[in-house]
Design a protein around this ligand. Structure first.
Ligand SMILES: [Zn+2]
Length: 417
């Protein structure tokens, strides 16, 4: 907590706004400009104009540019030191607690046809259908103290193995990366004899789940309706609960996180940041932008730091849809940033940035440094007048490679004497 010497009783508040995957490459359809250059976003531009900009490397060389890696890194948890598996992150967001040596896997309902993995999402099966299917899976395979199943949302569920020697010893294929592969070729494998039994059990459950699931009335109805069946479970992304220093231990600040995405909420759980669920926050284009701004302002009444995450620009990047990406950036600016800036009470220090690029021409994440801007009452502005990949190059911060965004944000918010 920082009390300003010239303004007794007023406490500096810190705000971090992340537009997931906002950064991009020049897009031919946008006349060689990036979505950030084209979008009308007066509030992001104002933060850049009143503050200082730069480019930040959020994904270390050799790391997969996932949002979890990039967000941990910009929060100051270096991925080279702290890594957290998808299963451990997302299960934490769903309230599943792990004991020592428990390994949480994501457990998708998938579609296999003629021995081939054809759909990682079982035709985007609905949660009510999935609940019934996962109940059948639980009945067939759950062994208390050894294997537990937990139902999540849509096709995304969880399998927890208790007392595994080491989750890194089992290789599991993320199903979305193996569409069209033969199931037999991409089943879980042991990387060491120590994990042979656990890998065998996983393989057996995957293969045996087909008969259990195909016999279920939910799948009979889906087949009849011409929809893909959720006819196999698929464990992947296994990992143990990480031990991360809490945000408060690192920075001495109380923090809250607002996001619709389980991976981001999982980071909040393990770093002991308050998770705020906003009704209507979907992680899609129709998310409740205004609700997130309101929740952020409310969170700052009790917290020193709030981190607001918006997933929509990343979705548009994956869809390679430039118009939607521009619109998602404009919505974030007009419907979230505008009311947020309007409602913030001085003094505050705010930063806006993407976690990683999701370029339209690539359709997935890349590791390039991302533009960022920080506005603080104590920093004179630099030459960057707008917020985008090109303007950020003119920023006073230059290319930042080995510092977290949070450390820059907190430094910017301190009174310089
Ligand atoms: Zn993404």
């Amino acid at each position: 907590m920082l009390f300003l010497p010239d303004d007794q009783g007023k406490i500096m508040k810190y705000v971090l706004v992340i537009g997931d995957g906002m950064a991009d490459y020049p897009v031919p359809e946008l006349d060689g400009k990036t979505p950030l250059q084209v979008a009308r976003k007066p509030n992001m531009d104002s933060i850049a104009a009143k503050g200082r900009s730069g480019l930040l490397r959020t994904v270390p060389d050799g790391f997969n540019p996932g949002s979890d890696t990039a967000i941990l890194s910009l929060l100051g948890y270096d991925p080279r030191q702290f890594s957290v598996a998808r299963g451990a992150l997302e299960s934490a967001a769903r309230g599943i607690t792990l004991e020592e040596h428990d390994v949480a896997f994501r457990c998708n309902l998938i579609t296999a046809e003629n021995g081939v993995l054809v759909d990682h999402s079982a035709g985007h099966i609905t949660t009510p259908e999935a609940e019934q299917l996962m109940a059948a899976v639980k009945d067939a395979f759950e062994k208390p103290g050894e294997v537990d199943f937990f139902t999540g949302l849509d096709y995304r569920h969880f399998l927890v193995m208790r007392n595994l020697p080491d989750s890194n010893l089992i290789e599991c294929a993320p199903p979305h990366d193996f569409i069209g592969e033969r199931v037999e070729a991409v089943l879980p494998k042991a990387k060491s004899t120590k994990a042979e039994d656990a890998a065998n059990l996983l393989r057996r459950m995957v293969l045996d789940s087909k008969a259990v699931l195909e016999a279920h009335p939910v799948n009979a109805a889906r087949r009849k309706a011409g929809k893909r069946m959720g006819n196999m479970i698929w464990p992947w992304g296994g990992g143990e609960k990480p031990s991360l220093p809490t945000f408060e231990e690192k920075y001495g600040l109380h923090a809250a996180v607002i996001s619709a995405v389980d991976r981001v909420k999982g980071i909040a759980v393990y770093t002991d940041m308050q998770v705020i669920n906003v009704p209507g926050a979907t992680g899609m284009y129709d998310t409740n932008y205004e609700g997130k701004a309101e929740a952020a302002l409310r969170a700052l009444e009790e917290n020193d730091f709030v981190f607001v995450h918006v997933e929509a620009p990343d979705e548009a990047g994956h869809e390679r849809n430039a118009k939607r990406k521009v619109k998602a950036i404009e919505d974030l600016d007009a419907r979230l940033l505008a009311p947020l800036l309007e409602g913030l009470r001085e003094p505050y220090t705010i930063s806006v940035l993407p976690d990683h690029p999701t370029p339209i021409t690539v359709g997935t994440h890349t590791s390039d440094p991302v533009p960022f801007a920080i506005q603080s009452p104590f920093q004179a502005p630099d030459d960057a007048r707008k917020f985008d990949e090109i303007s950020a190059k003119k920023g006073a911060f230059g290319l930042v490679e080995n510092k977290s965004l949070v450390s820059l944000l907190l430094a910017a918010g301190k009174v310089s004497i």
